[in-house]
Design a protein around this ligand. Structure first.
Ligand code: SF4
Length: 907
């Protein structure tokens, strides 16, 4: 690992979710990095979730892409930056000359810093002359953007995090906040602890960890949110929970929106039936909403990732507008972004249908502002291809070259096998990445090494419009460069002026100046304005404290910030009014059928991030959920002929994958849930993107990740097994496998279809143990098909393998603990042969609290032996749940289960 020379803590920002927590990173002399929460950062005030806390485990150079490479007939060849960029520039020039600017495209990422994003967008729209730049943020929040634009005239998040604490009710819609935005959830819980009368309502088809601490859960059928909120609008109107003055003076479109809602949703009984919830539960929510003026409705992927995502967002916003519940502390509709800089991408126009600084491609006066400011030779004048359409156009040969930056579309796109086909056919695929081997870099003709978190420097904007600095504390590895620099060097090779930035500070300054350029009432005014940060000196940029936009300078030169918007009831539409949008409910395009009877829902797990290219390096994060899974209701499992713990294949019209069946995730009948993270490097066949249908929202272009008709079937194997090994193992011949990072070892979960005749020879070959005198302990029961072997080197466990026709195999947590020992004891050796620990307490069970490494068995034992009754008692006893709090809902569940089981055992 490359370390900066000083060992002082550097204040930076977390690389993962849109909460945007401040982090203190301290490179240590031993090559590790100490991570702590930044107490001065307003988003998290010193707290971090387990993903943020484990950032230090992800910054090593294993697997990093360090040098530019170009693909030749016999594989990738290392080249100089000059040669790599010359090739891209020459090829792009030829393609553009022959086929026009729309024959090339950039596909970028919400992981980029704002400075990177700004340069990419400027290059594509103002110089190449095409709007073919889209981003993986299309997949997570473009419906929220479209909803805000329709309602407010601009992509404006009206609220701030403090509002979540000031609200008397927080409604979380389609958001497993406890797992996906854990620090925000902790802030809500703390506020609720201080004011127990504060209400927390969760609207989600699944009973997620977030529901464990909610006052009310509405397990609506996936895709019925518009019915639910239209029904609420209709109800509020009927009972008079309306602000007629606000509607009259500050909005348009109310009558039409209400009439549309009334068509299908005026009868709560009908709405309850469509949403598949109990009528009293629906009415309780409606009554609570009507009675609680200070309500925040926060939503994320469950709303956005839908073919009706934009309408869902507007149906929610309508319910706030009807009562004028916006612009004041503790109220408003709040889209929580998924990625660390989705919001920064929105500022610079990183989506194919946006222009920079919140201006519109379709509006000539906006194009004129941007082109004049950039002094650019051309300006795209129509929307470019959105993510799903872009990859279709690549497969069709309309787009000849795509430059993919900081994202992994072969895993993350819907119909992900189509993305494979597209890249396979594409004339020139360029990939800027931090990792050498991903599912996507496998298709790259040119590989360009980029800086990763800890090495790069710039800004990100979180869900509450707060700009924070990401600061470098590690030196650049190999020949890696910042993304803005790579794009600028390329632009210069294309002969474009305007890309001679002195550094990221120069890019930021230009971005801030553009936001204020001709941004005055009477000219081309817009609410996005960070002109107060224009003209910062290098030192001021380096020291910039987290700050929200809009940020301007007042007459005295002081920075003026608006923490929440619309307090003056002036919106960004030309008439200054907000708009109700009529949202006629519609079901997902593809209905379940006899062939595909179940609805697939996808999402995140607590301790992983996106396609695992970074979090997959952390043993701490792998502890919680090691393998991909298909969570399904026991009755659906029975009907599908699959059993909990066994592997199953899930198939849709678009593709298939394999994962292990589980129950207990709170999934309703008729649905299954599969996580999005596993990729072609971490598992043989667990890319759920391959199964997801490519239907998109007609307004936002966001895909329908929350509903795909599927069927689930047995994945027949002859044996199950697993390996723990200090050395990498080649699993090419195994039917199904998952690789899990451990501490000083890798774990492989296996399942095979072959019949093993010679267990010893087969196992030794697989593990690469050629020495006939190797210290090799083994147990074989040929009749039962059970085999165990342990390879010991210098009295330390080096490898072990366990095979069985059944799933009931030894505890991985116990075996993992043996890899931490310098010397195996006699008891350990005996335990290895009998397949279970012989010492009491040696098996801590699957990890529940990743921060302190506390396992389920440890928690259960303590509950019983010490008669623990509450989560705080468990925390006081074991520390579990005492750091980030993400596992608190799980501990609560374990407490209830364990105490019930103990009581039953006593009867
Ligand atoms: S909540 Fe966790 S993942 Fe999200 S920004 Fe904070 S520390 Fe990072």
């Amino acid at each position: 690992m490359n370390l900066s020379t000083d060992h002082l803590a550097v204040r930076t920002t977390c690389a993962y979710c849109g909460v945007g927590c401040g982090v203190q990173a301290t490179p240590l002399a031993d090559g590790t990095v100490a991570i702590a929460g930044d107490k001065q950062h307003p988003a998290n005030k010193g707290r971090l979730c387990v993903k943020g806390s484990a950032l230090g485990e992800t910054v090593g150079l294993e697997g990093r892409l360090l040098y530019p490479q170009v693909r030749e007939a016999d594989g990738l060849r290392r080249v100089s930056w000059e040669d790599a960029l010359d090739k891209v520039a020459t090829d792009w020039r030829a393609i553009i000359d022959e086929h026009g600017p729309d024959a090339v495209a950039l596909y970028v990422s919400g992981q980029l810093l704002t400075e990177d994003y700004y340069v990419a967008n400027k290059l594509m729209k103002g110089y190449i002359g095409s709007a073919n730049i889209d981003t993986n943020s299309r997949l997570c929040m473009s419906s929220a953007v479209a909803g805000y634009k329709r309602a407010f005239g601009e992509d404006l998040v009206p609220v701030c995090y403090d509002d979540l604490e000031l609200a008397d009710m927080v409604v979380l819609v389609g958001s497993n906040t406890a797992w996906c935005h854990p620090i925000l959830f902790q802030r809500i819980l703390k506020a609720k602890e201080a004011r127990p009368e504060m209400k927390l309502v969760v609207i989600d088809p699944r009973r997620t960890a977030t529901c464990e601490l909610a006052d009310l859960h509405l397990p609506v059928k996936a895709g019925t949110d518009v019915w639910l909120f239209n029904g609420l609008l209709s109800y509020l109107s009927r009972i008079g929970a309306v602000d007629p003055g606000f509607i009259e003076q500050h909005t348009n479109g109310f009558d039409k929106a209400l009439a549309t809602a009334d068509v299908d949703c005026s009868d709560p009984a009908v709405v309850a039936k469509i949403c598949r919830i109990e009528l009293p539960v629906l009415l309780e929510f409606y009554e609570l909403f009507a009675a609680t003026r200070k309500t925040i409705t926060a939503y994320s992927m469950g709303v956005n990732q839908s073919s009706a995502g934009t309408d869902k967002a507007n149906a929610i916003i309508n319910c706030h507008l009807i009562g004028g519940r916006i612009g004041q502390p503790g109220m408003g509709p709040f889209s929580i972004t998924g990625q660390p800089n989705a919001m920064g991408g929105r500022e610079v126009g990183g989506l194919a249908n946006m222009l920079a600084a919140h201006m519109d491609l379709e509006r000539a006066e906006h194009r004129d502002v941007v082109q004049t400011f950039w002094d650019s030779p051309v300006m795209a004048d129509k929307g470019g291809l959105k993510a799903v359409d872009l990859f279709k156009a690549i497969e069709d040969g309309k787009v000849k070259s795509v430059w993919i930056i900081a994202t992994n579309p072969v895993v993350s796109l819907p119909d992900a096998d189509q993305a494979r086909r597209a890249l396979d056919k594409c004339e020139l695929v360029i990939s800027s990445d931090i990792m050498q081997n991903t599912d996507t870099t496998a298709y790259a003709d040119v590989l360009l090494p980029a800086l990763g978190w800890g090495e790069k420097d710039g800004t990100v904007t979180n869900s509450e419009r707060r700009i924070s600095r990401q600061r470098a504390f590690l030196s650049a590895p190999g020949e890696a460069l910042p993304d803005w620099k790579i794009l600028s060097l390329f632009a210069q090779r294309m002969g474009y002026s305007g890309f001679d930035f002195c550094g990221q500070h120069g890019v930021f300054d230009e971005h801030a100046r553009l936001s204020g350029f001709r941004n005055a009432v009477g000219d081309v005014s817009r609410a996005f304005d960070m002109s107060g940060l224009a003209g910062l000196k290098q030192r001021e940029y380096d020291d910039l404290e987290p700050i929200q936009w809009p940020v301007r300078r007042d007459a005295g030169g002081k920075l003026a910030v608006e923490e929440r918007l619309f307090g003056d009831n002036i919106y960004a539409h030309a008439d200054g009014k907000a708009r109700f949008i009529a949202t006629a409910p519609r079901a997902p395009l593809h209905a379940v059928s006899e062939d595909y009877p179940l609805s697939l829902n996808t999402g995140r797990v607590r301790d992983q991030w996106h396609t695992m290219t970074r979090t997959g390096k952390s043993a701490t994060l792998a502890d919680h959920i090691a393998e991909s899974f298909i969570d399904m209701h026991p009755q659906d499992a029975l009907l599908s002929g699959v059993k909990e713990g066994e592997l199953a294949r899930i198939t849709s019209e678009w593709g298939a994958m394999v994962a292990r069946v589980q129950h207990g995730g709170g999934i309703p009948r008729g649905s299954v849930f599969v996580p999005i993270h596993w990729n072609g490097q971490s598992a043989s066949d667990a890319r759920v993107g391959a199964v997801v249908n490519p239907v998109v929202d007609p307004v936002s272009g966001e895909p329908e990740f929350k509903h795909t008709p599927v069927r689930v079937e047995q994945f027949r194997v002859n044996w199950h097994g697993f390996i723990l090994s200090r050395d990498e193992v080649n699993l090419e011949r195994i039917a199904h496998w998952t690789r899990i990072q451990g501490r000083a070892f890798a774990r492989y979960e296996l399942a095979g279809r072959n019949t093993i005749q010679d267990y010893t020879g087969w196992a030794r070959e697989l593990l690469g143990v050629e020495d006939p005198d190797a210290d090799w302990l083994e147990y074989e029961d040929r009749t039962a098909g059970v085999y165990r072997a342990v390879h010991v080197v210098d009295d330390r466990i080096a490898q072990c393998i366990f095979l069985s026709p059944r799933q009931d195999m030894p505890s991985r947590a116990w075996l993992a603990s043996l890899f931490a020992k310098d010397l195996l004891s006699e008891a350990d050796r005996v335990g290895l042969l009998v397949g279970m620990p012989v010492e009491k307490g040696a098996d801590t069970g699957p990890t529940v609290c990743s921060c302190f490494g506390v396992g389920r068995n440890t928690i259960c034992n303590a509950i019983v032996e010490k008669d623990l009754k509450t989560v705080p008692e468990v925390t006081a006893c074991l520390k579990a749940g005492g750091n980030c709090g993400s596992c608190v809902p799980e501990i609560k569940k374990i407490l209830v289960q364990t105490r019930v089981e103990a009581a039953e055992a006593r009867l």
